[in-house]
Design a binder for this molecule. Structure first.
Ligand SMILES: [Mn+2]
Length: 295
C-alpha cells in the first residue's frame, strides 16, 4: 500500500490549527452532504473563530423530503460543542437555509447568527463575509428558475452517485459529473466569473479588502487584477469538493481540500490591508451596477 494515501488513525492526524475557518454549502438534510468527512475535519480542528458561510442545512430539500441521519446530527452537535468551548461560531444563512435569516443578529445557543459580517485578519485586513446568493444574477431576477436549477443540480449529483458506484465496481477512480458539467457549460463559466467580479466589487463598496463567500460550490482564493488587488475567496462546498478556507496566526489565508489523509493545502495567499476607495468616487459600485445591467 502506498504510505502517502493510507489513512492515518484520527489520533495520529495532525491537528489543524487556525485563527479562523470558513465552511459553507454543507447541505445537511440531503444525501449528498459529506457529513462524515466534515466530522473528521471538525474533530481535528482547533480554531479561534468558525464562520459557517451559508447553506449548512438544506431547508429546500428537507421541505420536500425529510432526511436527517445521525451523522448530520453529529455535525450540528460538534459545531454547538465548539461554540460552547471557546470557539466563536458565526452562522451566516444562505439561500437554502434562508429560514434562519429572520433571526440574524440573535444568538442560537452560543452560535451568533448574522446576515453578513466583516472579519479583521491578524494583519489588519478587513474581509466581508457573506453567502453570496443575493448577488447571483439568476436568483436576483428569477427565484423560481433558481429552484429549477437547484433541482437539476441535485439530480446530477444523484446520477453522479450511481455513476461512481459503477466506476468503483469496475475499479475506476472517482469522477465528478457535476464538476464536469459545470466546467463544460460556457454560460456557467461566464456566470461564475460575473459572480466573482460582482462579489469583489461589493467587498470594496463595504470598505473591505476582499470577500469570503460560498454559494456557487467552487472553491477559490485569489486576488483580482483590478489595480487594488481585491481578494476573492470562496470556501467551496461539502457535497462534492470537501474544501474550506483558514486563516493562520500571521493573517495568511489557506485553501484546503479534505482528503482521506487529512487536509491538503491547495493554495495560500497573504492578505494585506488594501486601499479603501473614497466614499465619493466609488468606481466599484459603478462597476457592480454595470455587471448587473448586462445580465
Ligand atoms: Mn447557496
Amino acid at each position: 500500500m502506498d504510505p502517502t494515501t493510507t489513512p492515518l488513525p484520527p489520533h495520529l492526524r495532525p491537528v489543524l490549527e487556525a485563527r479562523s475557518v470558513w465552511i459553507s454549502d454543507v447541505h445537511l438534510g440531503t444525501r449528498d452532504a459529506r457529513a462524515d468527512a466534515l466530522l473528521e475535519m471538525l474533530a481535528s480542528l482547533k480554531a479561534g473563530t468558525v464562520y459557517l458561510v451559508g447553506d449548512i442545512i438544506d431547508g429546500w430539500q428537507l421541505r420536500k423530503r425529510w432526511y436527517w441521519p445521525p451523522s448530520h446530527d453529529r455535525v450540528v452537535q460538534r459545531l454547538l460543542h465548539l461554540a460552547r468551548h471557546g470557539t466563536r461560531v458565526i452562522l451566516i444563512p444562505g439561500n437554502h437555509d434562508e429560514f434562519l435569516r429572520p433571526y440574524a443578529g440573535l444568538m442560537f445557543g452560543s452560535v451568533e447568527l448574522r446576515r453578513d459580517i466583516v472579519h479583521t485578519t491578524a494583519g489588519g485586513a478587513q474581509l466581508w463575509i457573506t453567502h453570496g446568493d443575493a448577488f447571483d444574477a439568476v436568483l436576483l431576477h428569477a427565484p423560481r428558475l433558481a429552484r429549477l436549477g437547484d433541482t437539476l443540480y441535485m439530480a446530477s449529483l444523484r446520477l453522479n452517485r450511481v455513476l461512481n458506484r459503477l466506476r468503483a465496481l469496475t475499479g475506476r477512480p472517482y469522477w465528478s459529473l457535476s464538476q464536469y458539467l459545470k466546467g463544460r457549460v460556457k454560460s456557467a463559466v461566464n456566470h461564475i466569473s460575473r459572480f466573482e467580479t460582482l462579489l469583489a466589487s461589493e467587498a470594496r463598496r463595504h470598505g473591505c479588502t476582499g470577500v469570503v463567500c460560498g454559494h456557487i460550490h467552487r472553491a477559490e482564493l485569489r486576488l483580482f487584477r483590478d489595480g487594488q488587488g481585491t481578494l476573492y475567496a470562496n470556501c467551496g462546498d461539502w457535497v462534492e469538493s470537501q474544501t474550506f478556507l483558514t486563516e493562520d496566526e500571521d493573517g495568511c489565508l489557506h485553501l484546503y481540500v479534505w482528503t482521506e489523509v487529512g487536509a491538503q493545502e491547495l493554495r495560500r495567499l497573504e492578505v494585506r490591508p488594501g486601499r479603501v476607495p473614497s466614499r465619493t468616487a466609488r468606481p466599484e459600485a459603478v462597476a457592480a451596477r454595470e455587471v448587473l445591467d448586462t445580465v
